[in-house]
Design a protein. Structure first.
Length: 264
């Protein structure tokens, strides 16, 4: 099996190195990741500047590795369209392991999740993996990386639906304290936005974002609650955001009697 790995923390991040080493023992791993940190880049892509791609010394466990001067979405897109040879094309795409959680509404900002979504847009099964920790120490990611390697064969008989990914969050506790796995839905706000107002040396005002962890209660089966219970959260997500259940109601209100040109 061929696996493409990317992330938003950059090619030199501990999380992607641990993941590459763990799954490279059993699979053909290729790495295409940003040349620097691109956290919270969302699903942006580069249109007005060229992308530079440098093949570097392969990360431990990988067959080949590339450093790319683009966003997380760029990395997956260019890997699939320009870099990988036909025999190297992935059967699975894994984004991560992210340095920090991707839970609740914050998923919408996540470069990690966007990497996986980009893969799913090409019809390739894709996972986003995050560790609920802000540490950059390599050893902190080993359990999460080994968990992913154990998870892959368990998913062999599961077909991830079209336009969907699996978003995985691992709690930052010792392995013996993890309370199993929870299949969850997306929660609400993980952080409350807060901006600190400061004055620079030239007397100009600027603001620094400093979100605070939210203490708001969540439904029992959300990703946020699973992490609070020290469970590994696995959330199936879809990027098809159409609210199909209200199409008929809108049609009835705006196009009744087949009169959809009422504005003329």
């Amino acid at each position: 099996m061929n696996i493409l790995i990317s992330n938003d923390d950059g090619i030199n991040a501990s999380g992607i190195k641990a993941l590459s080493e763990a799954i490279g023992k059993d699979y053909n791993v290729y790495v295409a990741a940003p040349d620097r940190e691109r956290s919270a880049a969302g699903h942006s892509i580069t249109l007005t500047t060229p992308l530079r791609v440098d093949e570097i010394e392969p990360l431990n466990g990988s067959k080949k590795s590339w450093s790319i001067t683009g966003t997380p979405g760029d990395c997956v897109k260019i890997a699939l369209n320009a870099i990988l040879k036909p025999e190297e094309m992935p059967d699975l795409i894994i984004s991560g392991i992210n340095h920090g959680p991707n839970l609740g509404y914050d998923i919408l900002y996540s470069g990690t999740v966007s990497c996986a979504i980009e893969g799913a847009m090409f019809g390739i099964p894709s996972l986003a993996v995050s560790l609920n920790i802000l540490s950059s120490e390599y050893n902190d990611f080993r359990f999460a990386a080994n968990f992913v390697n154990t998870l892959i064969p368990k998913l062999k008989d599961f077909k991830i639906p079209s336009r969907s990914i699996l978003n995985i969050n691992v709690p930052s506790v010792s392995p013996e304290d993890i309370g199993g796995i929870a299949i969850t839905e997306m929660g609400g706000r993980m952080f409350n936005d807060k901006y600190e107002k400061r004055i620079d040396p030239r007397g100009k005002t600027y603001y620094w974002m400093a979100g605070e962890l939210s203490g708001a209660s969540e439904k029992e089966n959300t990703d946020i609650e699973a992490i609070r219970r020290n469970q590994i959260s696995i959330t199936p997500l879809s990027f098809d955001t159409t609210r199909k259940e209200i199409i008929s109601e809108l049609n009835e209100i705006l196009c009744s009697d087949n009169m959809c040109n009422w504005f003329n």
